[in-house]
Design a protein around this ligand. Structure first.
Ligand SMILES: Cc1cc2nc3c(=O)[nH]c(=O)nc-3n(C[C@H](O)[C@H](O)[C@H](O)COP(=O)(O)O)c2cc1C
Length: 199
């Protein structure tokens, strides 16, 4: 099985990158035959700006851009998609949001048109979401921030495309325990995904 882990953080020494590496190590420890690709959107210089061409693609009036096709191809090669990101302003970083805006396009992630019912096209893709926050859990609970993130990201984005969200974690607090959690998420990633796909 092959996992694509997508991160969006400019500092390779960040907790976000350590968690992404921990998840990768957990996957590989669970079965050395598994493979993992870490897509570091910041290091790769992915351009998150939604262009006029992207809009024309959305309207199905233009062919897809090469950089978006490359991202879609690497998702297509994966048996599971894992997003690991720092919480910025109670959501995902703009770089990752722009990646979703551009890559999860009409015609690939879903089919939609004026006279067509919406078709969700990513039912085959188990998704794991790992957000890393600086605030404490009480703050998240008091304001309902994590619930809001789940509504918007899990349901609003992946639900819209039909992709099952198998894991949705918010890691806050001590770095060491977050790294242990990362290893555990990786360790059960494909077991959990298979169960979910069969359910
Ligand atoms: C622009 C910016 C916005 C942030 N907004 C939030 C936020 O809304 N909630 C939160 O819990 N942490 C927030 N943080 C803290 C990050 O989530 C923190 O960087 C995170 O714990 C990940 O650690 P890392 O940067 O070492 O990977 C923010 C950080 C930055 C730089």
């Amino acid at each position: 099985m092959h996992a694509l882990i997508v991160t969006a953080h400019p500092d390779p020494k960040s907790l976000t990158h350590s968690v992404a590496t921990g998840i990768a190590n957990g996957i590989l420890a669970s079965d050395p035959a598994h493979t993992v690709e870490i897509a570091d959107l910041a290091a790769e210089g992915f351009d998150p700006r939604f262009t006029a061409n992207d809009h024309a693609v959305h309207l199905r009036q233009a062919p897809q851009a090469a950089d978006v096709l490359a991202e879609q191809a690497r998702i297509d090669r994966a048996d599971a998609l894992v997003l690991v990101y720092p919480v910025y302003w109670w959501s995902m970083p703009g770089l990752l949001k722009g990646w979703i805006d551009r890559v999860f396009s009409n015609g690939w992630a879903y089919d939609e048109g004026p006279d067509l019912p919406t078709v969700r096209k990513l039912g085959h893709l188990p998704v794991h979401l790992v957000a890393i926050g600086g605030a404490d859990m009480r703050t998240y609970a008091r304001h309902g921030y994590f619930g809001a993130m789940r509504t918007q990201i899990d349901h609003g984005i992946f639900g819209y495309c039909g992709a099952p969200v198998v894991t949705s974690e918010l890691l806050v607090g001590e770095a060491g325990s977050n790294l242990e959690t990362a290893l555990a998420i990786g360790g059960k990633l494909f077991g959990t995904s298979r169960q979910s796909a069969a359910a």
